[in-house]
Design a protein around this ligand. Structure first.
Ligand SMILES: [Zn+2]
Length: 420
């Protein structure tokens, strides 16, 4: 089984590097000419800049993927995890706290080692292309905040899960799944007003004319929510975006201030209509249901693997009979799972792209397709998003359809729509 996991890791890394290399080659090869649909809106200079930006990001991804694979080897077959496990046993009692500290330490270590890559992305790549608005201080304050939010939310959940693994009987994984479902539900409700404000300021939309326009759209689409907000995305980046968040009465729509500044009212309305489409077509609920389904399969798999002696040994770790083993199993599972999950990425991306198309069509039915096309073009231009992604890379990773296909479909849907 060691060979199986080594092959899995090798395939995972090779696939990632191959996809990145494809994307870089394809984008470079198409950098000389703006695709015909965009020739009127996006200049050749912007198009070339988007290519350089895409390539720079892929280069960093390749280094990061290689680093992550090396870390996997060091932790498992390299003996680092075994060493930490034994070292911890000499300083800690063998109770729940032992497992908790073991898992939390590995998570914190991986987070810490990822930080330099995050820093490089922000202060080298984003900075070079003029997107960064973050100070070094804000970067580290953000990292600390994330660490504390993660600890406050994650540690109680982790303790409960480990306790269930220890003494929850053969069906502990079902109980753990129930706990996870309740936690995700609460988090979805609490995120917009409890967690997001730790990082950003949210203000109700103040522009009167825009507010009225949006009010009419909300009425037309039968939508009720706590409202539409703007977020100070400009504190960190010039990238613009809009998203839909929360569940039930807590749901809200959030526009980055950078997007509000850049788009005309009819384009903002079109972006909002797209977001409302996600809500009306139940994409949010479907997304939550999907991830809960995946969690159920994952937990059942963990329960099965936990009792197989070969699982730990094939990853270079031996559980000491005198020590708790649940934390160790959880760490190994957490390391191995993403390797499998990555192979399912094309499926997840394809589902997501279907939702994006559907939300676009919804928007075209309630506002005009033209406004959404204009908004999208500005967003592609401002975000230096490539208009010519490699088809294989795109099929694998992209949650949103490639620009040209998306706009083609939107315009194709236009004649059937009546702009209100
Ligand atoms: Zn969308």
């Amino acid at each position: 089984m060691s060979i199986f996991f080594a092959c899995l890791l090798g395939v995972h890394l090779a696939l990632k590097l191959w996809l990145s290399a494809r994307q870089m080659r394809y984008v470079a090869a198409h950098a000389g000419q703006v695709p015909i649909q965009f020739a009127a809106t996006i200049s050749l200079d912007d198009h070339r800049r988007a290519a350089r930006y895409t390539i720079a990001k892929q280069q960093l991804n390749m280094v990061h993927s290689s680093f992550a694979a090396a870390l996997f080897v060091i932790l498992t077959w390299g003996g680092a995890l075994q060493w930490g496990y034994q070292a911890l046993s000499s300083v800690m009692n063998k109770n729940l706290g032992f497992d908790l500290v073991l898992v939390a330490s590995v998570v914190a270590l991986i987070g810490l080692l990822d930080l330099p890559f995050e820093w490089w992305r922000q202060f080298r790549i984003e900075q070079r292309f003029g997107f960064n608005r973050m100070t070094q201080t804000l970067f580290f304050v953000d990292a600390l905040k994330s660490f504390f939010v993660g600890a406050v939310l994650g540690l109680p959940l982790l303790a409960a899960a480990l306790q269930l693994m220890r003494s929850g009987g053969a069906l502990w994984w079902l109980a753990a799944w129930g706990l996870w479902a309740a936690f995700s539900f609460l988090l979805s409700v609490a995120y917009p007003w409890l967690i997001a404000p730790i990082f950003n300021r949210f203000l109700p939309l103040t522009d009167q004319a825009l507010g009225q326009r949006i009010g009419r759209l909300l009425e037309r689409t039968g939508f009720r929510s706590r409202g539409v907000y703007t977020m100070d995305g400009s504190r960190r980046s010039t990238h613009g975006n809009a998203y839909f968040t929360g569940l039930g009465a807590a749901k809200r729509i959030v526009f980055y201030d950078t997007l509000i500044e850049r788009l005309h009212p009819d384009e903002i309305e079109a972006v909002l209509a797209h977001e409302l489409g996600h809500f009306r077509l139940h994409h949010v609920i479907k997304g939550i249901a999907g991830s809960l389904g995946v969690a159920l399969i994952g937990l059942a798999l963990l329960a099965w693997l936990q009792t197989r002696p070969w699982f730990a040994s094939s990853l270079g770790v031996t559980a000491d009979p005198g020590l708790p083993r649940e934390g160790l199993m959880l760490v190994l599972f957490g390391l191995v799972m993403p390797l499998f999950a990555f192979l399912l990425a094309p499926l997840r991306s394809a589902l997501s792209r279907r939702h994006e198309f559907a939300a676009d069509i919804f928007a075209a039915q309630h506002v005009s397709a033209d406004s959404l096309v204009r908004a999208l073009c500005k967003l592609y231009q401002d975000n230096a998003a490539t208009l010519t992604p490699d088809p294989v890379h795109s099929a694998f990773y992209d949650s949103h359809p490639p620009a040209s296909i998306r706009i083609h479909r939107l315009l194709a849907s236009a004649p059937a729509t009546a702009s209100a």
